[in-house]
Design a protein around this ligand. Structure first.
Ligand SMILES: NC(=O)c1ccc[n+]([C@@H]2O[C@H](COP(=O)([O-])OP(=O)(O)OC[C@H]3O[C@@H](n4cnc5c(N)ncnc54)[C@H](O)[C@@H]3O)[C@@H](O)[C@H]2O)c1
Length: 367
């Protein structure tokens, strides 16, 4: 084990610790290091198994609360995962989405700049905006970031995330790293509508829910948009590569060529690019294999319009293919997990977790 991972004097604050990425990160920190964790979230239902861990302190709290922000910023490393990040809410609750993705993280950034903490802020690949079907690789410090019109409230989330990136980058004395996830997927993602959540979850839980319920998978606007899906376990490995580089004594001043500070990183897997329709057919096939049934016995996908499915203000980016050169060059990190492997892992978990629950026939799937 690397020496910094053995250092039991390190406490990492993980905000949004009870969420999808947070729960995996927490498990990995406890398994791979001697560190302590200060975990903050609005609730911790996903991480019940960790609540009594003696290396953890958990606080049910809202990042909107300034006293909570001050408390978090006392720790030397702060990972901020907290966000409203469910696409259906970008249209229906734009002001709340903007407060969550700009106001709260900006005040955390101010506090970290004051205390000297290293802020690792989770942004999004949505900052690349309304990319066209023929968009090439999205490169962190080169690709223009272009959003749709202000009437397309879909862009509330991406706009707020980008403003936070700019705010963080503009703060004097802040030690920061920005992470731009490209469609992380894995076990424990989101919820099953009507069972342990309401509204429309992200595409993996969306399609998984429809499969478990025996309903058709809904393809928004034909499912022609392309995404690159990344295993959440690879995302966690990225975080360890980042921790290692950041805690190894690199600094903005002494190692400009290799420093992980003052950098935005794409975290994605360009080898796992598929259209949403291809994703649907893959998931249908894997689900049939898991259930040992004929794939033809499972309902095929159906097309639905974006406005009909998500409501007014819907818009989309047609392709999001990450350049991963920077993470490889600066951190030696490259995602490894093929899409079929992570989909099988995720669906196996989803089927096991939800098969014995009752399934009120509410909102089903899409992108
Ligand atoms: N998972 C992905 O593919 C993906 C893609 C792009 C961006 N991201 C970003 O990565 C981060 C983590 O994503 P995730 O998939 O784990 O999302 P998630 O919704 O599963 O987790 C976010 C957590 O933050 C908590 N939270 C929200 N508002 C809070 C507040 N005001 N105070 C305290 N806690 C609050 C939620 O309760 C939740 O547990 C988010 O910032 C998200 O925008 C993720």
């Amino acid at each position: 084990m690397k020496s910094q991972f053995n250092d039991s004097s390190i406490t990492v604050a993980v905000v949004g610790c009870g969420g999808f990425v947070g729960s995996h990160l927490l498990d990995a920190i406890l398994a791979r290091t001697q560190w302590r964790v200060f975990g903050v979230d609005l609730d911790f239902y996903r991480i019940q198994h960790r609540l009594r861990d003696e290396r953890c302190e958990f606080m049910v709290a809202d990042l909107a609360d300034k006293s909570v922000v001050e408390r978090i910023a006392k720790y030397p490393v702060v990972v901020n995962l907290a966000a409203i990040c469910t696409p259906s809410r970008y249209m229906a609750e734009a002001p709340e989405v903007i407060r969550s993705n700009y106001d709260h993280p900006a005040s955390l950034a101010d506090a970290c700049a004051k205390s000297g903490s290293w802020l690792i802020h989770f942004s999004t690949s949505e900052v690349y905006g309304r990319t066209s079907a023929d968009a090439g690789l999205l490169v962190e410090d080169e690709t223009p970031l272009t959003f749709g019109p202000v009437t397309a409230s879909r862009w509330s989330y991406a706009t707020a995330k980008l403003l936070t990136e700019r705010y963080i980058a503009g703060l004097k004395n802040l030690k920061w790293t920005v992470v731009r996830p490209f469609n992380f997927v894995g076990p424990y993602m989101d919820f099953m509508p009507g069972v342990d959540g309401s509204g429309i979850p992200r595409v993996l839980a969306n399609f998984s829910s429809a499969l478990v319920r025996g309903e058709p998978l809904k393809l928004v606007n034909g499912g022609v948009a392309k995404r690159s899906f990344t295993s959440v376990f690879d995302a966690v490995d990225f975080m360890f590569a980042l921790f290692e580089a950041g805690l190894a004594g690199n600094s903005v001043e002494n190692d400009a060529g290799k420093s992980p500070f003052s950098q935005a990183f794409n975290v994605g897997n360009p080898d796992n690019e598929v259209t949403i329709a291809e994703l649907a057919y893959k998931m249908r096939r894997i689900f049939a294999e898991i259930k040992c049934v004929d794939v033809e016995s499972i309902p095929g996908p159906e097309t639905v319009s974006g406005e009909e499915y998500y409501g007014e203000g819907y818009d989309d980016s047609m392709r999001r293919l990450p350049s991963v050169e920077k993470a490889e060059r600066l951190l030696g990190f490259k995602a490894q997990t093929p899409i079929d492997v992570v989909l099988r892992e995720s669906l196996t978990w989803f089927v096991g977790h939800y098969s014995n629950t009752s399934h009120p026939g509410t909102d089903s799937a899409s992108s």
